[in-house]
Design a protein around this ligand. Structure first.
Ligand SMILES: Cc1cc2nc3c(=O)[nH]c(=O)nc-3n(C[C@H](O)[C@H](O)[C@H](O)COP(=O)(O)OP(=O)(O)OC[C@H]3O[C@@H](n4cnc5c(N)ncnc54)[C@H](O)[C@@H]3O)c2cc1C
Length: 480
């Protein structure tokens, strides 16, 4: 039996070449480091009013603002971003734009079984509408409907892939189960023992260019965007809500919060459901034609391995490989600081695992290495709600799969603010909340214990220990 695990990088003979491959990596998101970043919008100064004020200029806020204008061009929409549009998770991610609203089918079936056919349909519709938006506004974001290939790197993972294929077929999907030779004919790694190819449920996107394009579409539709405008206070005022920034304030009839993993000081109740988890990514230099030929990958699928600790990887438009994931790091106390965007031990581990996966690419170098913070919740997919008598709507908790789901969340929040039931607002997924995390210091203890147990399960043929089985029963989990 193949019992492959990912050993610690420093136990490997490759340590020197690995260090060399990382030597010149720039410590910033490759996507945000490209030419074409738009000029900054001015900060909010003085008092303003709006029908709808959106807080947060990531995908959640941008999609909500654009959808609000598409629904009603006369609605006066203003967006406040604390720093730059797209600077956070939305400009740092892998760019896997999945149809899944539930962080994958298995998680959706576990939590919302009876609803899964509806969620699957709504997710596919959401992805199709996203593709339509990208085309309609001519957003230059390398949107490629490549699908996704999930690969097994150990025999114990194969039954899970077969079960996933069967579940997808029951929902009308058409997944392709691949044996070792067939998966290696798609992407050639000696570590692969099987794979599952979902040809339709995922697109690859350049996330920063998508954020910049949505920002421009918002501006063209008449949304007023203010960057460098952190909202420091939210209060009820004159039948609406007042948002205060360092140099101005907005009185809005309605407010949307799309503030991601950042401390939810504007609505403290979010704190019990969210933990900030760091995820790290490497980007290679562009592959030569020969290097690309050595791994195949002609259909350019997004790829991910299975296991609790998994990598995701993909090609860019200029044939670099983005390689991320595996180490999901929670800093005790839920710290979010710029220093945590870099973690040398994780970069070394990721690089080492990259060359183990693709030994034919020995000598390739990484041009960028960065991290970003993920809004993790215990059910691994977004939760939604309202506050302040229905004047405020929020969505968060995508747990690392929000590129596509954030657009759906925009529609949910606008429906909730509309006050009339819709198919979306009646979903159990929308009406329910994740299991809360305990307060600190128990929170840190629970999360670190869970991380250790998940890593142990991967080393132990996927077998879940008593702790993980207990968490499964409670619906409480930890992921990136
Ligand atoms: C390394 C990494 C890889 C990932 N890979 C993928 C992937 O391949 N596919 C996928 O689907 N998802 C992925 N994700 C997750 C995905 O990026 C997020 O789910 C998505 O971008 C969330 O968007 P958001 O708008 O909710 O949050 P963010 O992009 O974090 O935006 C929130 C914004 O709110 C602003 N803000 C916060 N508080 C305030 C305030 N008080 N006032 C004003 N502004 C405020 C912040 O400045 C920030 O710009 C990844 C995430 C990371 C970090």
């Amino acid at each position: 039996m193949n019992a492959r695990t990912w050993p610690a990088a420093d136990s490997r003979p490759m340590a020197r070449p690995v260090a060399e491959s990382l030597r010149d990596a720039r410590p910033v998101s490759y996507w945000l480091d490209q030419p074409g970043a738009p000029a900054s919008r001015p900060a909010l100064c003085g008092p303003a009013t709006a029908d709808l004020a959106v807080v947060g200029g990531g995908f959640t806020g941008l999609w909500t603002a654009l959808l609000a204008k598409e629904r009603d061009p006369a609605r006066d929409v203003l967006l406040l971003e604390g720093r730059r549009v797209g600077w956070a998770a939305s400009g740092r991610n892998g760019g896997f734009c999945s149809a899944s609203l539930t962080h994958g089918l298995a998680n959706g079936l576990d939590r919302f079984g009876a609803e899964m056919p509806t969620l699957d349909r709504l997710g596919r519709q959401n992805l199709a509408e996203m593709a339509g938006t990208v085309a309609r506004y001519s957003i230059d974001c390398a949107f490629e409907r490549t699908g996704e290939l999930v690969v097994a790197t150990a025999d114990w993972q194969l039954p899970g892939l077969a079960a996933a294929a069967e579940a997808a077929r029951r929902l009308g999907g058409d997944p392709v189960l691949l044996d070792a030779a067939a998966v290696r004919a798609e992407i050639d790694s000696p570590t692969y023992v099987g794979g599952l190819w979902d040809r339709y449920g995922c697109a690859m996107v350049d996330p920063a260019r998508l954020a910049w394009g949505l920002r421009q579409a918002c501006l063209d539709a008449g949304v007023r965007i203010h960057e460098h405008s952190p909202v420091t206070r939210l209060s009820r005022a004159d039948g609406g809500l007042r948002l205060t920034t360092p140099h101005g304030s907005v009185h809005a009839a309605q407010v949307v919060l799309g503030t991601g993993a950042f401390p939810p000081s504007l609505l403290r109740r979010l704190k019990v459901w969210l933990v900030p988890v760091y995820d790290y990514v490497l980007m290679t230099e562009p592959l030569s034609a020969g290097q690309l030929a050595s791994i195949g990958w002609r259909r350019r699928q997004g790829a991910a391995d299975t296991g609790n600790q998994f990598h995701y990887y993909r090609l860019t438009a200029d044939n670099r490989i983005l390689w991320g994931g595996y180490d999901a790091i929670y800093y005790n106390g839920g710290l979010i600081t710029a220093a945590q965007d870099h973690r040398a031990a994780t970069f070394t581990l990721l690089a080492s695992q990259f060359f183990e996966t693709f030994p034919q690419l020995a000598g390739l170098r990484f041009s960028h290495a960065w991290g970003g913070v993920i809004d993790t919740c215990a059910r691994f997919c977004a939760f939604y709600g309202t506050a302040h008598g229905g004047r405020l709507a929020y969505a968060a908790g995508y747990t690392g799969l929000g590129v596509g789901a954030s657009r759906f969340a925009g529609n949910v929040m606008l429906d909730l603010l509309g006050g009339q039931p819709t198919e979306r607002t009646e979903l159990a997924m929308v009406r329910s909340k994740p299991v809360p995390f305990p307060p600190e210091p128990a929170r840190s203890a629970v999360i670190q214990l869970t991380r250790a147990s998940l890593a142990r399960a991967d080393r132990n043929q996927g077998r879940r220990d008593l702790w993980l089985r207990t968490l499964d029963r409670l619906g409480l989990g930890f992921d990136s």
